[in-house]
Design a protein around this ligand. Structure first.
Ligand code: UDH
Ligand code: MN
Length: 351
């Protein structure tokens, strides 16, 4: 009897273990969903807005006053919290022609300039996009970004800065050029330096500037929505005009891939500023999948350049920027600036 009972128990436990093993994937799924819900992230269905907009709201340093728009009609300053934000939105990764995108945004002016119609924006923002041979990425970006910028009630302009071939790509120098060229058009106060392949997923990620420079691309799908390292400053960052001036812009010396963003991060800290970051569930991006570009190979010198950044930062940056503008066009959805930059990287490599 005792033996039978033991046998029965063994059978019973074998059965429950089997059942457990079979259920394991399902249980894991339930736990993950629970976790995701807690974090405000759900995977395959529309994500609900669980975080109040107030978290990421930034101060306005301007006086609240009625003013006049283009048609000379008095309008009020836009509300501090834009009223039409929707939080997480579905990203559409299919490229679409610029003409189709333009049709949905009839209020955008040549050069990709926009202002809210019924109120005066609190933020004059230039979005600087470093670019070479990524037209499909640009289409995906604009398609998803423009509606979000409008909902955020920004007074914005988009600057696509392309580097002429065959020089090795230099992302940072294009950022500096975008900054300078944008200021020739308008008194922008805030600069969003934006990789063309980073597609935002949440409109609570406000494209404006705060007292501190901020890292906006906090969680990117290619990094499993995790910050790759604590000092990461890649993808999309926001700096005021004053911040850019204070740090002498970006270094011009990083030809090829890597470390130019870390250099800027260190410039910020060397100049007594700090980087701020919003919550990961808001600073979410999808990166368009791509291979390494032939003219943007890993920069073998990047670690050394970064090591010497402190001694160079006062002389290498906005104040040493050299470039020729080959084309400057106010296209319907963005200002296009085509530039050639002197190839210090190449001349150096001859020695
Ligand atoms: N960019 C261009 N054209 C280029 C190179 C870079 O437009 O030829 C710009 C673009 O805005 C891009 C940014 O520079 O988003 C950063 O470059 P990247 O996207 O090449 O950098 P990332 O770190 O990729 O994403 C590095 C190569 C990864 C290869 C992965 C293979 N699985
Ligand atoms: Mn990329």
């Amino acid at each position: 009897m005792g033996q039978c009972r033991r046998l029965h128990n063994i059978r019973k436990s074998t059965v429950s273990i089997l059942v457990l093993i079979l259920l394991l994937p399902y249980l894991r799924h339930v736990i993950n969903e629970g976790r995701a819900k807690l974090a405000g992230i759900a995977k395959d269905h529309p994500r609900q807005l669980v975080t109040a907009p107030a978290i990421h709201v930034k101060h306005s340093f301007e006086k609240e006053q009625a003013t006049r728009n283009d048609n000379n009609v008095t309008v009020n300053l836009c509300p501090i919290v834009p009223p039409n934000l929707i939080g997480a939105f579905f990203v559409n990764m299919e490229p679409e022609s610029f003409e189709e995108i333009q049709k949905r945004h009839p209020y955008i002016k040549p050069g990709g300039r926009f202002q809210p119609l019924d109120c005066k924006s609190r933020h004059r923002v230039a979005i600087i996009v470093p670019f070479r041979d990524r037209e499909s990425h640009l289409k995906i970006l604009l398609k998803n970004l423009l509606p979000m910028l409008e909902r955020q009630q920004l007074d914005y302009g988009i600057y696509v800065v392309e580097m002429a071939m065959p020089t090795t790509f230099n992302r940072a120098v294009l950022m500096n050029i975008g900054y300078k060229e944008a200021l020739k058009d308008y008194d922008f106060q805030c600069f969003i330096f934006h990789d063309v392949d980073h597609i935002p997923e949440n409109d609570l990620n406000l494209y404006n500037c705060q007292r501190s420079p901020s890292h906006l691309a906090v969680s990117v799908d290619k990094n499993n929505y995790k910050l790759p390292y604590p000092g990461a400053f890649g993808g999309v960052v926001a700096l005021t005009k004053e911040h850019v001036i204070k740090v002498n812009g970006w270094s011009n010396m990083y030809f090829g891939w890597g470390c130019e963003d870390d250099d800027l991060y260190q410039r910020i800290h060397q100049n007594g500023l700090k980087v701020s970051r919003g919550p990961a569930e808001i600073g979410r991006y999808k990166m368009v999948k791509h291979l390494r570009d032939k003219t943007n190979q890993k920069n073998k010198d990047r670690a050394n350049l970064l090591k010497g950044m402190k001694t160079r930062m006062r002389s290498d940056g906005l104040n040493s920027l050299k470039y020729d503008v080959l084309k400057r066009e106010y296209r319907p959805l963005f200002a296009y600036i085509f530039v050639r930059i002197p190839v210090e990287g190449d001349t150096k490599s001859h020695h």
